[in-house]
Design a protein around this ligand. Structure first.
Ligand SMILES: Cc1cc2nc3c(=O)[nH]c(=O)nc-3n(C[C@H](O)[C@H](O)[C@H](O)COP(=O)(O)OP(=O)(O)OC[C@H]3O[C@@H](n4cnc5c(N)ncnc54)[C@H](O)[C@@H]3O)c2cc1C
Length: 413
């Protein structure tokens, strides 16, 4: 590890590895620091189809196609009484290769991205924990203090620090930039099963979203490779974790309340411990400063519902890399330059946030809405694919927002 770089990227997840690879590819001296030994476990296995484009830019689509990762061609929803919607097949909406995406073991997927950053020219270190981001008297970032794998602590300087430290959100915590997202104080409990029943054919790799009977929680069903399925339950944090039961008992209790899932688990066997994550939804009110920029979960995370987290991390990694490379070549590492992509990103990501809010409005039904407004089916599929960065991507909300509001208001009468 050198003492000085153009760019230091904190965190070797999808956001950090993408950013480091693409900045290094442009010829800038780049250091990527990951605190865990890679490969490391991570939740978040289901990708959105639009991940295809950043993966293509990274030169990884061929590796993805020849990997063992399950191919995901659709999503499906199951109502509180166990009624399954017709699957949303992505290729029916857009018959291109990009409409097939993947369900990934994150340890393998993230390791592939981390290694790719190295192939593109970044100096990559795992088991290297950033202890602090260093700021000068003008509040400009100029480097980090890191503890390396051999236990040594050293300071490394850089013209730009990109924070991809995930939920640890190093800079946002240090500068007090994090804010909760109202109404999204959720928790997730999940585990892994063998022999959970999957559909035959093209829907076999689908992410299935299943409501529990009173719509107080929902389950994800994500088919991974080697016959393993990731199955997790999400609900309000207090509802999930403050009942006096331990997480395992709560998980079993919610399973019992999910008719759509119970039948798929009749011959299944749990093959891992119970995992818990809570209160992971937040946003930041400043995303860049002089010499620093936030990417991926360090910038903000909405909700697991539509599997947008990894996609957002890849997109932010890519967009921030372009802004940083451009800034470095013009000697401009100001907040305005490094964060020049943030407003456009927020416009798109807000659409996913609105879709999440609609889903969590118990009285609102997507099925009913599309039945009454079939002209928006394409628009809705665009959102589920992750195609959110074009003019008109949010048209559906002109009708959906009042419908959600109405559903909420009538239930309060
Ligand atoms: C319950 C749940 C389910 C989810 N399901 C999905 C899903 O199905 N699909 C999906 O797309 N997304 C999902 N997500 C979201 C997804 O996991 C994240 O959005 C995604 O991992 C963000 O990538 P990232 O690179 O920003 O952060 P991360 O993947 O978290 O990577 C950050 C990295 O930074 C490292 N790091 C942290 N601190 C330091 C430090 N001080 N020094 C050095 N390194 C550091 C960490 O070890 C980590 O490897 C889910 C999230 C939750 C909570």
């Amino acid at each position: 590890m050198n003492d000085e770089y153009d760019v230091i990227v904190v965190g070797g997840g999808p956001a950090g590895a993408t950013a480091a690879g693409l900045v290094a590819e442009k010829g800038h001296r780049t250091l990527l620091l990951e605190r865990e030994k890679m490969p490391r476990f991570h939740v978040g296995e289901s990708l959105m189809p639009e991940c295809y484009w950043p993966l293509e830019r990274l030169g990884l689509t061929e590796r993805m196609k020849s990997s063992k990762f399950t191919k995901k061609k659709s999503v499906q929803f199951v109502t509180a009484n166990g009624k399954e919607s017709a699957p949303f097949y992505f290729h029916e909406h857009d018959p291109r290769e990009s409409s097939t995406t993947w369900q990934v073991e994150r340890a393998d997927f993230d390791k592939m991205l981390f290694d790719r950053a190295g192939e593109l020219g970044a100096d990559c270190f795992d088991a290297a924990r950033v202890l602090d981001v260093l700021f000068d008297e003008n509040q400009a970032a100029h480097g980090v203090r890191v503890r390396t794998a051999d236990g040594q602590t050293k300071e490394v300087s850089a013209r730009v620090v990109m924070d991809g430290s995930g939920q640890q959100s190093l800079i946002a915590n240090k500068l007090g930039l994090r804010e909760d997202i109202p109404n999204l104080k959720k928790a997730a409990i999940w585990s892994y099963y063998k022999n959970a029943q999957r559909d035959e054919g093209d829907n076999g790799g689908a992410t299935i979203i299943m409501h529990t009977t009173a719509k107080d929680s929902w389950f994800w069903f994500i088919p991974l490779s080697d016959g393993v399925t990731s199955i997790g339950c999400v609900g309000d944090s207090d509802y999930m974790l403050k009942t006096g039961l331990d997480p395992e008992a709560r998980y079993e209790q919610e399973l019992d309340r999910c008719p759509g899932l119970k039948k798929r688990l009749e011959n299944a066997e749990r093959v891992d411990k119970i995992h818990v994550a809570k209160e992971y939804s937040y946003w930041t009110h400043q995303h860049a400063g002089d010499g620093w920029v936030l990417i991926g979960d360090a910038f903000g995370f909405i909700d697991p519902l539509y599997s947008s987290g990894v996609y957002f991390a890849l997109v932010m990694g890519e967009r921030a890399a372009d802004a940083v490379s451009d800034g470095l070549s013009r000697q401009d590492t100001s907040a305005a330059q490094l964060g020049s992509w943030c407003e456009g990103f927020k416009e798109g990501s807000t659409l996913i946030r609105k879709l999440v809010e609609a889903f969590y409005t118990k009285e609102f039904s997507f099925g009913g809405f599309i039945k009454d407004n079939p002209q928006f089916e394409g628009n809705l599929t665009d959102l589920l694919i992750g195609r959110i960065f074009y003019d008109g991507a949010g048209e559906i909300f002109e009708k959906m927002e009042p419908a959600v509001e109405h559903a909420r208001a009538t239930s309060n009468v």
